[in-house]
Write a protein that binds this ligand. Structure first.
Ligand code: PFF
Length: 445
């Protein structure tokens, strides 16, 4: 990779990686997963997984990407060859790149919905905005044509940016957005905390109720931690390839994780007070939760229409910066084969993703009755990617970096202080690997 393909300055990597991490996972998925999984118990396991598994795995991914300076698949191959480990490790990258494509197929459907909400302004003078909102969402999701339209628009935008390449397309677009999104979500959570039921929200989120701790809750919390941090599939590894040589991995990863977690918690604090103070809204509304609740909050807010437009615009852009990183690993790898131009690769992958996305769209309407092992299509893809593929990817990354790559190499490259490094290395070798295995086994038996 040539020098001009490395981002200049430390901020671009932080912004691009947090652009990948912060997205629908924080604002759309985290609140509804918390709601459907009993609240505080889920939040607690989620936070533990972020710290003990997420941090070491993310640092390891960046390390591999930064060393290889290629697509995740080839960076994995190069680093294994360097240390005489089997080149078969590159298949870990293939697994990740596939997971990215599958995730993007449904991510784009929900991102399209968020995008359409920029234009969804409630008529004035409604007597019951909450039930209007619930009905609106159910009409919207039962129309395949509308969903397909917005899915197509969002996917086209994603493919367009990835087609331009990482340095041009991504590096420049994230600089302004992330700080603005961050500020805005904090403002919305303050407003909703003042006007809605904040006490009930804080208890629901933070007062651990261990009776709700089922194997299912634990697996979902781990899956959500992987999804939210964009780890286990090579997205962060792909960006590691563009990290400036001098940038410190340890400190950078800590910053990204902190930002991502704060945004998720702020989203919870923004949404649940509205749910708890509106009898027609329910915490376990599932994927429709933010679409049913947030418009209600904006409805009662002075200048609410403007806030609603700003908010859904920001979510759409945050989703876009995550979607890009879902498509990048596969694209970068195919580009390295030098058989097809980037634009054509993106075109082919885009069409494939579009078709798979139809399955998720139909799960809301014409395929609601179709089940695979009790899951509808959307739930099945979501389960396989988040709860199986990402944690499995994370496990093998931890195994490779924690057990197969020499200690000195990691010590030199991660650049934590002595004390931090000891904690990091211990969690990587022992805690993250065994936690992932235990959680898997626990969920199966
Ligand atoms: N982390 C993104 C979000 O929270 O919306 C979603 C995501 C992006 C997951 C990239 C996985 C990934 F590789």
């Amino acid at each position: 990779m040539s020098k001009e393909n490395i981002w200049q300055g430390n901020t671009t990597f932080i912004l691009a990686a947090s652009g990948s991490a912060v997205g629908l996972g924080n604002i759309w998925k985290f609140p509804y997963m918390v709601g459907s999984n009993g609240g505080s118990a889920f939040v607690l396991v989620y936070l533990i997984c972020i710290l003990l598994i997420g941090l070491p795995v993310m640092a390891s991914e960046v390390l591999i990407g930064k060393y290889g300076r290629k697509s995740p698949i080839n960076s994995l191959k190069d680093i294994s060859l360097k240390f005489n480990i089997s080149f078969a490790w590159k298949y870990l990258g293939v697994l990740g790149a596939l997971a990215g494509i599958l995730i993007l197929s449904y991510y784009s459907v929900f991102a399209g919905m968020a995008f359409s909400y920029i234009f969804n302004l409630f008529p004035s003078g409604l007597e019951n905005p909450s039930s209007y909102s619930t009905n609106y969402f159910s009409d919207f999701s039962s129309s395949p044509m509308k969903l397909i339209f917005w899915h197509t628009i969002f996917l086209l935008a994603t493919c367009f940016i990835v087609g331009l390449g990482v340095v041009k397309g991504i590096g420049r677009s994230v600089n302004l957005l992330m700080p603005f999104l961050f500020l805005f979500i904090i403002l919305v959570s303050i407003y909703s905390g003042i006007t809605g039921d904040i006490n009930k929200t804080l208890i629901f989120l933070f007062n651990p109720d261990f009776s709700a701790l089922t194997p299912q809750v634990i697996v979902s919390a781990m899956g959500q931690a992987f999804f939210s941090l964009s780890i286990g599939m090579g997205a962060i590894m792909a960006y590691g390839a563009y990290m400036p040589e001098k940038q410190l991995i340890g400190k950078t990863v800590l910053t990204i994780i902190l930002l991502d977690t704060l945004v998720a918690l702020a989203a919870g604090i923004a949404i649940f007070p509205i749910v708890f103070s509106n009898p027609s809204l329910s915490v376990n509304a599932g994927p429709g939760l933010i679409f049913e609740t947030l418009p209600v909050a904006f409805y009662s807010l002075p200048y609410g229409k403007i806030f609603s437009i700003i908010f859904f615009t920001l979510i759409s852009i945050a989703a876009l910066s995550s979607a890009i990183s879902l498509l990048e690993p596969f694209t970068a790898w195919m580009e390295e084969q030098k058989k097809l131009a980037r634009k054509n690769i993106v075109l082919i992958l885009g069409m494939l993703i579009w078709v798979v996305g139809l399955g998720s769209i139909f799960s809301f309407n014409i395929w609601t009755e179709k089940r695979i092992l009790g899951f509808n299509f959307l739930e099945a893809i979501d389960y396989i990617t988040n709860n199986i593929m990402l944690p499995m990817g994370g496990f093998f990354i931890a195994l490779l970096v924690g057990w197969l790559i020499p200690y000195e190499f990691i010590r030199e490259n991660v650049k934590f202080s002595n004390f931090q490094f000891r904690i990091f290395y211990f969690s990587l070798r022992y805690i993250s690997t065994s936690a992932i295995i235990l959680i898997f086994l626990y969920s199966v038996f």
